[in-house]
Design a protein around this ligand. Sequence first.
Ligand code: GAL
Length: 653
Amino acid sequence: MSISPTLGVCYYPEHWPEEWWDKDAARMAEVGIKYVRIGEFAWSRLEPTPGNLQLDWMIRSMDVLGKHGLKVIVGTPTATPPRWMVDKHPDMLAVDARGQRKGFGSRRHYDFSHLPYRDESARITQILADALSDHPALGGWQTDNEYGCHGTTYSYSPAALEGFRKWLAIRYGSIEALNQAWGNVFWSMEYNRFDQIELPNLLITDPNPIHDLDFRRYSSDQVSAFNKVQYDILKAKRSDLPVIHNFMSRYTEFDHYDLAETLDVASWDSYPIGHLAVSDETEEMKRQYMRQGDPDNAAFHHDLYRTVGHGRWWVMEQQPGPVNWAKFNPDPLPGMARLWAWEAFAHGAEVVSYFRWRQAPFAQEQMHAGLLRPDSEPAPAYGEASQVAQELKLTGLDGPVGKARVALVFDYDSEWAWEVQPQSQGFKHGAHVRDIYAAFRKHGVDIDILSPKARSFAGYDIVAIPALFAWTDELREAVASFEGHLLIGPRSGSKTNNFSIPARLGPDLSPNLLDARVTRVDSIPAHVSVTVKGGGSTRLWREKVETRGEVVMEDNEGVPVLISQGKLFYLTASGDRALMQRIADYLIAEADLAILSLPAGVRARSRGGFRIYVNYSASTATLSPAADESGYVIGEMEVPAAGVTVAKLATAG
Ligand code: GAL
């Protein structure tokens, strides 16, 4: 049962005098907020000493919020175990790759492999489920907070070592099978027993890539297992309430599709300006969008988490003003807190929840803006949030987003594999996928993200499988039966699941689909590029291919860049933005896809009979009305900087 678009906010009742709660709740309701997330860091107040449970204050805060018609999402507090927990389980602290134990005094100081801590997490979750499940204001749960944040997915601890060995024994069955699968004959790395295998840190030089990849797979499974424990407890108590987790931007250390097998709703924390500031995007992009954020990054994650959440997703934390965690933390352009919310709703968000209600005057995040200033006066985003709430009412925007025309496969194994074996420094699976995403989005084309478990591409006009590590059976099936246009590569299918080169070489497709074999990889430094005839350049990654396919584009050294066989296109290189744009444009033309003509900096997405335009540029843009639109319900043709225009579609989209 999905929720009609509405606003939320993150609130920490334990940070404020109890006398303030009622007024805070009344003001939230006045803004038009419906959901309030609380509790995710409150363990030291819920259980100040072992077994001394103090849940009354939380129940009273829920009473107050509920009295004002607000629904509460309670976070399990397991991202911040209190100090006494570390005294009780000193070895629950994770160990970094250099072998150093991490310390107490910030957050996320636990090791996913530490089973006694997993039991503690189950215990506090059960306590909360028992005490709060029947509270009338309870609207759902959030498990933990941002799994993996601050580099916490991996731990090189004795607990991780023990878990990894067991995991390998189950996966491979016998040490002979592991030696065979890993190719351990190389460098005499063969093992006699599972308990001889170490973690892939503190070695002389590179570990065997499959050793590293399997450790990442193992670590990913621990995060999912940790979540499952909480999910099962919460669902056993109230199966009707959604269990949610808040994921992050460009964070790929565990497989989110797997973890979401035990979630009802996916959510993510969107800080567009902070994310751009800490990204490896170009200086030009950082300057141009310093006060807006990358115009395609939030949208990409909206589309990703829609799939991760099986169609249901929220923004659990939305940037409201300057953050505190980048080197520089610019003030957003006036209007951005409204624009980001509208964009999320356009991509199907149920709830957009601002982080946080009031700026904290103390501790690590005292420089992080909220909807209120520390003196309780409204900060700029307060008014913008109220405006969004009113506009949602006015338009009645609702319903699921329709199936897109274009889809991209995004896969976590590929993220890990190309980090383990970049071969060309700077070549990244995620960056390559996002470049293709951005190239299609320039034309206002709606995009779905697919997992590597997608069995069918039916209904799409164009599907891209960029930089895929290894074929899954499902993807092979989907490729074989697809009737639309398919873009594959570079690097796709160049390894087996065990990180070896496949017998028929990449892209490892049957010749009747694509008669091509990558015979040589030419990896070149980022500052060198090879121009492509007709425009754009290849960079970082180039393949030489033996093929009977048709050469559609080639570079100025005569190396084929885009090859086709029927409607299947193989891309042999990574390219600059100009090349990726040409490729997207070429496929759009081949597939005869309808596109929009968008001014620079403007993006668009359709949902439920509306098309939402957002202007990420710092100046006014003029829209060209599309033939399927029947006028504007919010804004107009002239969209100011950071502005939003909502068009009504003549036919529901
Ligand atoms: C998120 C986190 C919040 C807060 C916020 C600040 O990563 O979930 O607790 O730290 O960032 O931007």
